[in-house]
Design a protein around this ligand. Structure first.
Ligand SMILES: [Zn+2]
Length: 285
């Protein structure tokens, strides 16, 4: 098996929204804000080549929406999904499976594009697209709070293509026989976010998604204002941090432009940051 980090492009989000009730003087130490109070964000996907399948976990923003839409999200840097796949030695048509942690636009937008006739179709034409069944139902009938994050043009073409596969896992943590790795289900950020946990070269890597988006989000109370069930996020985060610390799991950070892979240690106030790596620096030959 080989894992690749796939940088799908950077953007910015409001720092206050990313840290909820935490005062700015505290969060800006780790995540400095620009003149519009926005912090730097990555959309870092994980690509799993396991000999039989080529599985992509999330796929960034894509570029379907208007300039006005993207002006709110300050895209920056040179990364793109296609160029990062190419650097890893693959093309979009090679992807056999795309796993959505959830369907907020910064996680799934890259999966659908406008074709030459102006129609919407899946960007990965040979892939199955995996989503938790309860999350899918949640996303296609969005609540007012999340409506701006669930964009129809990102979601409905997946179903229309016939390439959608729904996961019906009920247990919080169990192995997906379809995908070959574990999925941790968490409900604080949105209904049934799926976080892959992958064994790799004798180690274990957790795709931390929107439960722990950046290194600055390690302290338990540092959670997003976007979360639909914040008290639950606090519990789920404590569970994951304790598990990862106790078992020496790595956390793969989807949204942190400067920290790809981190380890944890027991600290005075609970679980604390230990070391930072990249997939290449730790696992590369
Ligand atoms: Zn999200």
């Amino acid at each position: 098996m080989v894992l690749y980090s796939i940088e799908c492009g950077n953007f910015k989000l409001d720092g206050g929204a990313m840290f909820g009730v935490v005062p700015k003087p505290l969060w800006e130490k780790t995540n400095p804000a620009d003149s519009q109070n926005r912090i730097n964000m990555a959309t870092r996907a994980l690509l799993i080549e396991n000999g039989k399948k080529l599985i992509l976990i999330d796929c960034g923003l894509g570029d379907k929406q208007s300039e006005k839409f993207f002006s709110h999200y300050g895209r920056w840097g040179d990364f793109s999904l296609v160029s990062s796949l190419k650097s890893a030695g693959f093309s979009p048509d090679d992807i056999t499976d795309v796993v959505f942690t959830h369907l907020h636009f910064d996680h799934c937008g890259g999966a659908v594009f406008y074709n030459k006739k102006g129609g919407l179709e899946p960007f990965f034409k040979n892939a199955s697209f995996w989503c938790h069944k309860k999350h899918w139902e949640w996303a296609i009938n969005p609540n007012i709070r999340e409506k701006a994050s669930f964009l129809k043009e990102n979601i409905l073409p997946i179903k229309e293509s016939g390439q959608l596969k729904l996961i019906e896992q009920e247990d919080r943590l169990s192995t997906s026989s379809d995908l070959g790795f574990d999925l941790l289900l968490v409900d604080g950020h949105t209904e049934k976010q799926m976080l892959p946990i992958v064994n790799y070269k004798g180690q274990t890597i957790v795709f931390a998604g929107d439960l722990i988006p950046t290194l600055g989000h390690l302290p338990i109370p540092y959670i997003m204002a976007y979360d639909t069930r914040p008290l639950l996020t606090l519990k789920e985060k404590a569970f994951l941090l304790d598990l990862a610390c106790e078992k020496n799991y790595f956390l793969f950070l989807e949204h942190d432009p400067y920290n790809e892979l981190i380890t944890l240690k027991k600290g005075g106030k609970g679980v604390a940051f230990d070391q930072k790596y990249t997939l290449n620096s730790f696992f590369g030959d």
